[in-house]
Design a protein around this ligand. Sequence first.
Ligand SMILES: Cc1ncc(COP(=O)(O)O)c(C=O)c1O
Length: 391
Amino acid sequence: MPDPKQPRIHCAGPSITEREIRYVTDAVTRCWYSEAGLYHERLEKAVADYLGVKHVVTTPTGTSAIHLALLSLGIGAGDEVIVPELTWIGSSAPIHYVGATPVFADVEPDHWCLSAESLEANITPQTRAVVLVDLYGNVPDLTRVREIADRHGLAIVEDAAQAFGSSWQGRQAGTFGDFGVFSLHGSKTVTAGEGGLLVTDRDDLYERACTLRDHGRQLDGTRFFGDFDRYYYHFEIGNKFKMSSMQAALALAQVERADELVGRKREIFSWYQEEIEDIEALRLHVERPGLASSYWLPAVTIEPTQKFDTLHVMRALEKSNIDIRPLYYPLSSLPPYCETTSGRQAQDRNRVAYAESPYGFNLPSNLEMTREDVSRVVCKLRQIFAPSTVS
Ligand SMILES: Cc1ncc(COP(=O)(O)O)c(C=O)c1O
């Protein structure tokens, strides 16, 4: 049982100010009928300016943004899409939704993101795209991944769901692919409660995404064409992938505070960095050259010499009312994939992901965390990994 005397330290959570409350109140009061799209437009413009991209489409979730990206790229049955083993299932489930086959690639041990080498080794004549993942605010070697994808004619969907505000060689995460995707889930640095963003510099993909997210309508031109009114004219079967004005208003307030929110994440990380440095059993994942991380969740590896795995640490911290998250299970080990041909092949191949998964975890980094909270977490870790308790 968690200790009820200690307030819970949540793993991730938002910072909400008067600005968010004001915008959402305005949206719920005013943004109906002809003004229903007001906050969406402001949000799309704010995100485009922040990231330096041409087009932004707001979606109900990050998962639906990836789904929409794959649909817009025309990916379907018979196609293969490469995705890293260690990620939230929202990165891979949309590959299934469009009828394509996920191929699981291995990751790098020092940052758990896609291994460029493994990406290249898994390309077949059926491969159409890669969904690469900017895990916990870190990124794979985006320069190399882009070069490999270009050489093999693959589309890139950059799943930056966890990486709003990170950058690689001075360029914002989420802008390296044909499409970039962000999640605005309540746990994310910039949130709308639920929500997603699909971004692209390509006009053709933007137009395709706008049609496919609106039940196949094309409302961008003049209202009437020939004898038809575009409002109820569906050119094809699409999806309904939209967010509400209230979500857009909340997200806008957050994007306007993005530098502050990312700054706060970086500050929380720096406290951990100072305090964890001398715990030899643990390795905190720090920025490598070229990366400026928004540190959505600080990532830690338990050194292989230790007798404890992540589950042990989680159980111990839960007793102190501290919420840490384990590194993901390799996707190919999970019930939807483990018996498939693709899953079985990946189990044999992806040594790093399988070796890392039981020994990785994330430290709490909710946006209301204080230095004292960080000290409480590290104090507990210090007790677990005190030299007398480890082998
Ligand atoms: C890496 C990754 N991809 C995709 C998603 C899906 O986003 P959403 O939960 O908004 O659908 C998430 C959400 O946590 C994620 O972490």
